[in-house]
Design a binder for this molecule. Sequence first.
Ligand code: SF4
Length: 395
Amino acid sequence: MKDLKHLYDLEQLLQECNNDLVKEACEKGQIAVGDVCSMIPEVLLNLPGCFSVRLRAPRTGSIEIGTYYMTSLLCEYCRALVERAVEGGYNFLDCIIAPDACAAMNRCVENMELLKTCEKEKFFVTYSDVPMKSDETALKHYVRQMRLRVLEPLHDVYGIDVSDAALLEAVEQHNKVCRLIRELGEFRKEEYPRITGYEFYIFCLATYCCPKDMLLPILEETLEEVREREPDQEKTYRIRVLLAGSEIDDLDFIKLIEDNGALIVADRHCFGSFPGRDEIKICEGEDLLTQICRHYMVTGQCPRFMNTEKVEERKDYADRLAKEYHADGIIYEQMKFCDYWGYERMAASHIMHEEYGYPVLSIDRPYVVGSSGQLRTRVQAFVESVEIKKIQGGR
Ligand code: SF4
């Protein structure tokens, strides 16, 4: 297939957290909000006058300083963020708005704050209590927390407009991005997809890491390009997979999977399009912030939600996606030492195999996989086993 016009530039942009689009927005006086988890409604961090940047630590090498502050028994993603912060990599931020979602991330952001890694005069950090259950009582608390820990500080420190009109504007922009990303992702359903999982991933990841208004024209142009694109007339993959898991912001990890013959047709992870790029539906007659928080609570697929309905729903959700995108198997991954995903991955990889009948590859991985030979071998073996299964008619 012909190369996509913006792919290379975005790949380069994603090599830096403080990338050229972020720099341009900061120069225009926009407030850069550091975001570390989907439990804070992203749309609240993208009100007019500010934009969110999901923190990553691309091209991480050693994480010794991060390990010194965090110990070697916490997730490498969090350690890599501390390392990058100490190196001055997040100095462009005006604030970090973090949830008390997992203890590791909590320690990570606390370290960034205590070590004074961001030097802007008005820089601040907030932490908020986010729900572990999805019900109306949890929602009330969630709404209060978002008002106290997100909207009020943004307004009080930086004068950000947090009125309903501003919230609506942010929702509209979010929905535009979602529609474009989802439409782009739909092409992965085709037998000869006009976009690979890797290409799609680059565009989707960029939506978490760049100012959305600057990305919109790029997404629009790319969608047009993909609509017109001639797909390869031969299959360039051996099997189709759903990739499910936690923080996947490592381009090499996606490349490694696809280079070994497994096309990623659906992405259900913290930097993926499911559920992060679900449109927010707003109706009249109810407080806007409540509707926004409900959306994130109801659509959220994080294993932090521990009520039985949510636990069951997560398996059905993966099953539905796998069917819709014609996946032959599922890859469940987790970051080493992540408690939430440790349980989720372990249980799901059995249940999705035993009860739902999918071939499942279960991986725990470091933050950066590089060209890991061990992982390559495991993906190759998985691809072969799924192929054999298909030849044997699913037995
Ligand atoms: S991967 Fe797990 S431990 Fe790491 S930040 Fe995410 S939820 Fe927390």
